[in-house]
Design a protein around this ligand. Structure first.
Ligand SMILES: Cc1ncc(COP(=O)(O)O)c(C=O)c1O
Length: 381
C-alpha cells in the first residue's frame, strides 16, 4: 500500500466535484424556467396547483399521505409536534447523522438520546435503541444513512413494544425501499429533504413528510401554515410555523420525482462498478442488504488511508468527502443542548468513511477516472 508523502496540490482544479447538483440544475435549466413562468402566470406562490400536484405525486409514487414543507429539519420538527412530543420527553437518535436530526428534537424542548449505529449499514442499532428506552421515551428517529434504509422491521417491533412514535429521517434516501415498500412509509412519519444537493431537490431548501392517515396529514399541513386551514386565513387554530413550500420548488420537485427512478438506477450502476473494481483493494465497499434498494446518496467506502487517498484523488481533480467525520456527541453544539449519549466504539466505523462522487450526472469516462485513480493509489503507480 502506498502512503502519500507529498502535500496535495491545492491549486489542482476540481474536475469531478463531490456532489452533482450544480450539473443537475444546469441540465434542467429550461424546464425550471418554464416552471417559473407557469407559477408567475398563475399568480399563486404557495399552496397552489404545483404543491397539490407534488403532494399527490409523492403519495402516488411512494404511498401514504404527503405534506410539502420547507426542509427536512422543519419536517422533523413538525412530525415531533404532531406526535405530541413535549418538553422533557426523550427521543432516540443515531450517533452517525447530520446534526439536524438531533437539533430538531432539541428545538421542540425534548432530549435527544444518542445511541450506537451498527455495521454494515451504520444505521440505528435496534439493540442499542431498546437499551436506551426509559419511561420518558416518546419517539425514535432512525436515519437512512447514505441512502440505505435502517432495519425498519426490527425498529418498528421495538417501537411498538414500548409505544414509541417512529419518525423516519429519509433526508438521504429518496428512492430507497425495502421489499418493495418505499422509505418513509415504514414509520408513523417519513421526513424528506429536497435540499438542492439531495437525490432530488428544489432550487434551494425544500422537504416533505409522508404520514399514515389523511387526518395526520391535515394536522401537519395546518402546522406548516401558522396553524391555519384553507378556509379563513385570519383564524389560527393551533400555534404553527411558517413552513409551507413555495410553488416553484414544488413544480421542480414533481418533475424530478418522475426522473428519480432512472437517477437511482444510475447511482446503483456506478456503485456496482466501483464495488467490482475495488474488490481486491483494502477497502470496505458499501453493502446492499437483501430486499433493499439503496438510494446511494453517498458511496461511502470504509478506508484506513482516508487523508492520503483524499489527497491522491484531489491531485487527480476528484473531490472526495468524509461523511461524517464526527459522531453527534463529539460536536461542541451538544455541549449547549440537553442530551444523553449511549455511544460506544461500535459507532466509530461511521467516522472512517470516504465518499466518492457517484451521482447520475457523472459520465462513464469520469467513473473510469475515479476507478483508475483509486486503483493507482493502492498499486503505487
Ligand atoms: C440525515 C439528515 N437529516 C436531516 C437533514 C436536514 O435536511 P434539510 O437540509 O432539508 O433541513 C439532512 C440534510 O442534509 C440529513 O442529511
Amino acid at each position: 500500500m502506498r502512503v502519500s508523502t507529498t502535500l496535495p496540490d491545492r491549486t489542482a482544479v476540481v474536475t469531478i466535484p463531490a456532489e452533482g447538483h450544480a450539473r443537475r440544475v444546469a441540465a434542467l435549466r429550461e424546464t425550471i424556467h418554464r416552471i417559473i413562468d407557469t407559477v408567475i402566470d398563475a399568480g399563486k406562490f404557495h399552496h397552489g396547483p404545483q404543491t397539490e400536484r407534488l403532494e399527490d405525486a409523492l403519495s402516488h409514487a411512494w404511498g401514504g399521505h404527503a405534506v410539502a414543507t420547507t426542509s427536512c429539519t422543519q419536517a422533523l420538527v413538525l412530525a415531533l409536534e404532531a406526535a405530541g412530543t413535549r418538553p422533557g420527553d426523550e427521543v432516540i437518535v443515531p450517533a452517525a447523522t447530520f446534526a439536524a436530526t438531533a437539533f430538531a428534537v432539541a428545538s421542540v424542548g425534548a432530549v435527544p438520546v444518542i445511541v450506537d449505529v451498527t455495521e454494515p449499514t451504520l444505521t440505528l442499532c435496534p439493540k442499542a435503541m431498546e437499551a436506551a428506552v426509559t419511561e420518558r421515551t416518546r419517539a425514535v428517529i432512525p436515519v437512512h444513512l447514505h441512502g440505505h434504509m435502517a432495519d425498519m422491521p426490527t425498529i418498528n417491533q421495538v417501537a411498538s413494544r414500548h409505544g414509541l412514535t417512529v419518525i423516519e429521517d429519509c433526508a438521504q434516501a429518496p428512492g430507497a425501499s425495502l421489499n418493495g415498500r418505499a422509505v418513509g412509509t415504514w414509520g408513523d412519519y417519513g421526513c424528506f429533504s429536497f435540499w438542492v444537493g439531495k437525490n432530488m431537490g428544489g432550487l434551494d431548501d425544500a422537504g416533505a413528510i409522508l404520514t399514515t392517515t389523511a387526518d395526520r396529514a391535515a394536522r401537519l399541513r395546518r402546522l406548516t401554515d401558522m396553524g391555519r386551514d384553507r378556509t379563513d386565513r385570519h383564524l389560527h387554530h393551533v400555534p404553527g410555523h411558517r413552513a409551507r413550500l413555495g410553488e416553484v420548488n414544488a413544480g421542480i420537485l414533481t418533475t424530478q420525482l418522475g426522473l428519480l427512478p432512472s437517477w437511482t438506477e444510475r447511482r446503483n450502476t456506478i456503485a456496482r462498478r466501483y464495488t467490482a473494481a475495488f474488490a481486491d483493494l483494502p477497502l470496505e465497499t458499501p453493502m446492499v442488504q437483501d430486499g433493499h434498494v439503496h438510494a446511494f446518496y453517498k458511496y461511502a467506502l470504509g478506508c484506513e488511508d482516508i487523508a492520503a487517498l483524499t489527497d491522491h484523488l484531489a491531485n487527480a481533480g476528484i473531490e472526495a468527502e468524509r461523511v461524517y467525520p464526527y459522531l453527534l456527541p463529539d460536536l461542541t453544539a451538544f455541549q449547549g443542548i440537553t442530551h444523553r449519549t449511549h455511544v460506544t466504539e461500535q459507532s466509530h466505523a461511521a467516522t472512517r468513511r470516504l465518499c466518492l462522487p457517484a451521482y447520475p450526472e457523472l459520465t462513464d469516462a469520469e467513473v473510469d477516472h475515479v476507478i483508475g485513480t483509486v486503483t493507482a493509489f493502492y498499486s503505487g503507480s
